[in-house]
Design a protein around this ligand. Structure first.
Ligand SMILES: Cc1cc2nc3c(=O)[nH]c(=O)nc-3n(C[C@H](O)[C@H](O)[C@H](O)COP(=O)(O)OP(=O)(O)OC[C@H]3O[C@@H](n4cnc5c(N)ncnc54)[C@H](O)[C@@H]3O)c2cc1C
Length: 716
């Protein structure tokens, strides 16, 4: 049946799992459709069980009714039971229940199509004479399964209504309720789980989402955010969801709804060779942008910067202020211009993007408007610079972002310098500082501890039978066996040959004064899986998947990153190394780590590897993190980024002048997100509606290093 009213087409059909994209299936099912064209009243009266799917296709609303005549046929808790329950509990007639069910879908569709009066008109058409109050809260869920965790203060009915409405916005195939019957599978780095942390430090079902919703475009992100605001359901946006070591896809507040941006929003929108930038959607990963450049022949002109692993999202990594290793290694520094959905669903473009480009076609939705030609060229625009508040924050969802790409430098050479002694660290770092400040070290080099490299080659069991931390002598032995140093420095020089030659000469002249140090080029390292050869790809922006092998240092390897910032000063770095290494070892873990050289700082990344199936090791890992945070704060060191479990504790260490920064963050949060729906608790910022004291984690780790007074007290 096709009825045209007010410019809209309504089709009522009865196809068993009919695919509205498929014209052939549509005509095949024509007969079934005929059966149900006597009007909704006829349908509802003849049904024992109804599961409905609502799909939108352009300006067309399809209401697909799948009818199972035998009530017992499917056994599971299907939609009809929910409908019957509603009918019973509310005392509504089937006709009202049908109206109740459809209204949420119709409203969302109408909102998307800017047809405010449509729901009332449509209902009047479908149900003449029906007195039904048209309010948003009347949506009802046909998918009535309840999740493993409900969002806080959300009833099962409200959750179901939310899900039903979300399905109507993004399509049922893009909504997944986290079923309590199914085990939480971790997946792998590339095939990652979407609703929990694959490297859980608590039980897997603590940081767990209630559902995951994957919008298909900016307007759907806006509609989902508005829906969450209406139902006061917390949401947790993520892009590729490969934030492993910092929480993965898991939300801070259990039961939040994950918004998976990467599944459907993964287009490279523009690459400009002239401007040397790309404009991307959240699902564009390092792999996919690299492949795009190779396929289009643009890699000849432009290089990307990649982190150790290529599966991350360019937007996800930059908003976390992640790092890579070419001269463009500071990803937030190299971003330029954002398009952001605010917690009220409004869309903003930052920087020059706020200035409309002349010649836009009137009537286009804001996200479709042609961007300003300087959006990706100048970061700051006019007035307060806002981009920073959308990083490591809970103030918006970044749906487009510009990223600067590095013009092909015209030549490249990776190298490694090994240093034989553990206590060479201080001298090495003091050599790094002037070279980096003067840009003789052009890229973001790394100084890696021997066990990080050893772990990329082999698991711990390959080197030893013991399960306690390796001794200094054992680490020396491993270094000798692998022909590596106790510290190994990986860098690269960029540019035509004469420039590279001069730079390499200066670098060698500085570092090779440290006794026993050795300089290598990739071709000097013939061993299988040579780390220098892996780094040689990474340092020229070729994404890879080799690094996670160090996570398998222990069986069932899970990991957490502890990431304090240090001065590029030998004394500071050596002290930070000493403090963190001692804590790792007293907790029974090996110290595995690296110093990433920023513009004027060291990002010290301590990689805590634990057996994620062993609750005692998880407890120790948490204790270790919490203790190192305190230790570092006592020295004036703070972390640049962290796992969900540690966010509150770290935020509390940034407490200058009676927590003035947190007060500012909370003021902005409450102003932009009065209902507190956007990633509550992210980086320790809680909205006013949450009792922060109740939500803060920590202090429950009853563990102490063996032999200490605290350990004795714990035993008693
Ligand atoms: C072996 C190993 C090596 C690693 N090396 C590095 C490294 O060299 N450098 C590095 O930086 N990291 C590294 N990581 C950490 C991590 O893998 C990367 O940072 C990865 O890029 C983050 O995942 P993602 O990009 O998929 O982000 P996502 O998981 O998609 O997002 C991370 C977080 O950012 C926020 N977010 C994401 N998208 C949006 C959005 N569109 N709008 C608003 N907020 C959003 C959310 O809070 C989300 O939880 C490493 C991890 C491992 C296991």
């Amino acid at each position: 049946m096709e009825i045209i009213r007010g410019g809209m087409t309504v089709e009522l059909m009865h196809p068993d799992f009919m695919n509205p994209n498929d014209a052939e299936s549509s005509s095949r099912n024509g007969k079934a459709a005929q059966m149900n064209i006597n009007g909704p009243e006829c349908i509802i009266l003849s049904l024992k069980r109804i599961i409905s799917h609502v799909r939108y296709m352009g300006k067309r609303l399809y209401i697909l009714l799948q009818v199972a005549v035998d009530h017992e046929e499917k056994g599971s808790r299907g939609g009809a039971e929910g409908w019957e329950d509603t009918s019973k509990t509310k005392g509504w007639s089937p006709k009202v229940v049908l109206a109740h069910h459809l209204v949420g879908h119709i409203e969302s569709w109408a909102a998307k199509n800017n047809t405010e009066t449509l729901p009332a008109r449509l209902l009047a058409f479908l149900f003449p004479g029906l007195d039904y109050p048209l309010t948003s809260s009347h949506g009802f869920c046909h998918n009535d399964s309840l999740p493993r965790r409900l969002p806080p203060n959300v009833t099962p009915e409200a959750f179901q209504a939310f899900i039903s409405r979300a399905q109507s916005i993004v399509g049922a195939e893009n909504v997944t309720v986290v079923d309590p019957q199914n085990p939480l599978e971790d997946g792998t780095y590339m095939d990652n789980c979407k609703a929990h942390d694959m490297h859980s430090v608590y039980e897997r079902d603590y940081f767990v989402a209630s559902a995951v919703v994957a919008p298909r475009g900016v307007s759907e992100v806006q509609a989902i955010v508005k829906l969450a605001d209406e139902f006061i359901v917390p949401v947790w946006p993520f892009s590729a969801g490969r934030n492993v070591g910092y929480g993965g896809t898991a939300p801070r507040v259990p039961g939040s709804v994950g918004i998976e941006l990467g599944k459907n929003m993964n287009k490279v929108l523009e690459v400009s060779v002239e401007g040397a930038y790309a404009l991307v959607e959240p699902g564009v990963t390092y792999f996919s942008l690299y492949d795009y450049l190779v396929k289009t022949g643009l890699r000849e002109h432009l290089w990307i910067d990649v982190p150790d692993l290529g599966g991350g999202s360019i937007i996800g990594n930059a908003v976390e202020r992640g790092v890579g290793y070419t001269p463009y290694g500071d990803h937030f520094m190299m971003h330029c211009g954002m398009e952001v959905v605010l917690p009220n669903g409004e869309l903003v473009r930052t920087g020059m993007g706020a200035l409309p480009e002349p010649g836009n076609v009137p009537g286009l939705a804001p996200h479709e408007q042609k961007p300003n030609k300087t959006w990706q060229l100048f970061n700051y625009g006019f007035g307060p610079y806002n981009d920073g508040i959308f990083t490591q924050s809970n103030l918006g969802i970044v749906v487009k972002m510009g990223i600067w790409l590095m013009p092909n430098p015209g030549g490249y050479q990776a190298y490694m310098i090994t240093f034989p002694r553990d206590d060479d660290l201080s001298a090495i770092v003091d050599k790094i500082r002037p070279l980096r400040l003067q840009m003789i070290l052009q890229n973001t080099p790394t100084l890696r501890h021997i066990l990080l490299d050893a772990a990329v080659y082999n698991p711990k069991s390959h080197y030893t039978d013991k399960n306690t931390p390796l001794s200094e002598a054992e680490m020396d032995e491993i270094a000798a066996k692998l022909n590596l140093g106790r510290w190994n420095f990986y860098g690269a020089v960029y540019g035509p040959e004469p420039i590279r030659a001069v730079l390499l000469e200066a670098i060698k002249a500085a570092f090779l004064t440290i006794s026993g140090s050795k300089f290598y080029l990739p071709e000097d390292r013939t061993e299988e899986n040579s780390i220098l050869r892996i780094r040689s790809d990474t340092l020229q922006g070729i994404p890879s998947l080799d690094e996670p092998r160090w996570v398998d240092w222990l069986p069932n390897g899970g990991h957490l990153f502890f990431s304090p910032i240090a001065k590029i000063s030998g004394a500071d770095a050596a002290l930070q190394y000493e403090v963190t290494k001692r804590r790792c070892q007293e907790t029974g873990f090996d110290f595995i780590g690296t110093f990433i050289v920023g513009m004027r700082d060291l990002h010290h990344i301590v990689c805590i590897v634990f057996d994620r199936e062993d609750p005692e090791q998880r407890l120790r890992a948490r204790w270790l993190m919490r203790t190192m945070i305190k230790d570092c704060a006592a020295h004036g060191w703070g972390e640049y980024r962290t796992h969900l479990a540690l966010m509150d504790q770290i935020a509390n260490t940034y407490n200058f002048n009676d927590n003035a920064l947190m007060k500012l963050n909370e003021t902005i949060k409450n102003a932009l997100d009065p209902n507190g729906i956007m990633a509550p608790g992210k980086n320790g910022v809680w909205p006013a509606g949450y009792d922060k004291e109740q939500w803060v984690l920590g202090g429950e780790e009853e563990w102490a290093p063996p032999g200490t007074q605290a350990a004795a007290a714990t035993k008693d």
